[in-house]
Structures are given as structure tokens and as C-alpha cells.
Design a protein around this ligand. Sequence first.
Ligand SMILES: *Cc1c(COP(=O)(O)O)cnc(C)c1O
Length: 373
Amino acid sequence: MSVLELARGEILAMQPYSSARMESSSHGVMLNANESPWPFPAAVGLNRYPEPQPMALRSRLAALYGVEPDQVLASRGSDESIDLLVRAFCRPLQDAVMICPPTFGMYAVSAEVQGAKILRVPLSGPDFTLDVDRVLAAVTPAVKLLFVCSPNNPTGGLVPLASVRHLASALAGRALVIVDEAYVEFAGAQSTATLLQQHDNLGVLRTLSKAWGLAGARIGALLAHAEVVDLLRRIMPPYPLPTPSVDAAMAVLGGGEGLMRKHVAVVATERESLRAALETMPGVREVLPSRANFLAVRFEHAVAIQRSLVRKGIVVRDVTRYPGLEDALRISIGTPAENNRLLEVLYPLVRGQCEEVIPEVPASGLGPWRGRS
Ligand SMILES: *Cc1c(COP(=O)(O)O)cnc(C)c1O
């Protein structure tokens, strides 16, 4: 059986739009796309429509992620790939996606826009781990896509490769397992893309928005079997990737992985020293273990702390609307100077709020984290 049997029949049957750039190469006298023949001097080359799936970018991403170019769908952020998957596989009011909250919000948003049902199997235990057996027990015939976020946003936990392998095997012929690896560079873990050859119902989401520092360029990718990539291309807008974004991605990727790895290493060190500092702070209940570039932190007064931080010019994410995180804020790891500034501002805030509860807080200074470099 082909994994395409899980796709919506109407998508398989439809005649996809065929753009000028798909139908012929962009060489010679170009009179086929109703473009302007005059580029503006400030925007050389932008009078032409871009390649729908730039070959150079696809090849570069394939090499980076260890797959074949025809297993790469480059999209406007991985957000677009999520949306395309839901639209290609879930019939409105019939099919469903399964998610494991608390997790990234876009899976549910895309499902709702499509009219797909959402089945939720919460992550388990104090560290929010994915319970493979509970997930599998909850899968119904309506479920076409299972989204697994690893490391998970906003909790930071990594899902072991063995769990993904188990899920993909158990759901073969029934549903696709989509592993969102937006933060995997920070985890120093092996990508589940290494399992693609064995599982045609596996997809892996990657992005240049986080470790690669290109959130503004909006370049992400789905790594999947070539037939799944081709299916999604049928419903993708004809020119999804703006030329300046592709150029920026090629320039950054062309420079090699060195700088990215250096930044990832700084983030990992900073994350652990920020954790150590936060854990000893009054008013902090818990810092969740994280393999990503953020920490989920439980506070005695999360919402008040978040608002006070904003007034002091520091913006962190209120995640109290997520189930199980009703007392938590999500703090992205910044530069060492930014992280120090956070601690400097946070300490007097939590101390002020905890004075009645904990009388024996240090009376002055910044405590053990003063002078952290
Ligand atoms: C940030 C994020 C994304 C979105 O990435 P883009 O490529 O910028 O669209 C996807 N998944 C998770 C879990 C994220 O946190």
C-alpha cells in the first residue's frame, strides 16, 4: 500500500495549477509569465517570479538534513508545511489530527481552519513525556496525522528516537507521524530523519527560524517520502518562496555550520546557568528540564511576573493557558548580557512578591548570580 492512500481522494484527483515557472526553464527571452521586463535597480532580479522549489536550496537542505533532494519540501516556515499536511490528509468534519498537549499551537490552528477534528493525548508526568502506548491506544480510524514535537515547545522535552520508530511502525498504513524538530539542533540529538527510509508514513519538520537565526526569512522544510512531497506541491501556492528569502538562506547555509554550532553551544551553556540561577530564586517553583533554546519556569505569581517584566522592558511568554502549565512562563535564551539582565530585573520582583511568604530572603544584592559572566 502507498502512503498516498491516506491522502484526501479529492486532492489526488484534482488538476493542480501549473505555473509559468513550472512549465519552462527561466532562460532566454522570457515572455511567458506576464512579468515586467524591467527590474528596479534597487531590486535586481525581482521582476521575475521565483523558482517554486529552488533546486539549489533543496539540494543544500537535503545535504544538511541527510536526505535526498526529492524528500525535501521547502516551505514558508515549517508552519506552511503543517498547514499543507492537514489540508492534504484531513477531510473536513471527518478526519482528525492527534496532538499531545501542552504543545505547539499551530497543529490545532491548522486543523481548525481545515475543519479537522483534534484528538488530544496529554504528555505525562512532571516532565511531560510522551507515553507511546497511551497515544497508540487513543488513535481512531479518523486520525490521519499525529504531531510529535521534539524537543517539545513549550516544555522542552525530547522524544526518544525509539518512541518515534515505535509510533511509525504501529501506525503504518493508518496515519502519518510528523515529528516537529524545530529545536533539534539545540538538543544535540540525532534527527528522526534517519528513520525516513524505513517508514513511508514518517515526516520530519525542520526550520531555519531557530538555530539558524533566519526567522524573518520564513524558510522551513518538510522531510518526507518523495510521493508525500509531490502531493503537497499540488496544493502549495505556485510561488511560495520569495527570492530575497531564498538568497538569504543560501548565503547563510553557504557559510557552513560553524557559526550556527557556536551559537547553539552558547545557548546550551546559558540555558543551564540560567536554570541554576532560577532554581535558587524565591518565588520560582520549578524549572522544567529543556533540550531547546528556552526554559519553561513555574512561578508563584507567573502572570504578575510576566507583566512586571514587560514594564521593565523584558518580554517573556505567558504560557499559563496551556494545560498543566497554569503557573508557567516560557523564557527564551538570549545573549549572555540579556540573560544577566533578566536575572537582575527578576530577582527584586520575585523577592518583593515573596516577602510575606518567605521572610528570610537575602536583604540585598543579587544573590549567588551576581557577577555571572
Ligand atoms: C517556531 C516553531 C515552528 C515554526 O517555525 P517556522 O519555520 O518559523 O514556521 C514550528 N514548530 C515549532 C515547535 C516551533 O516552536
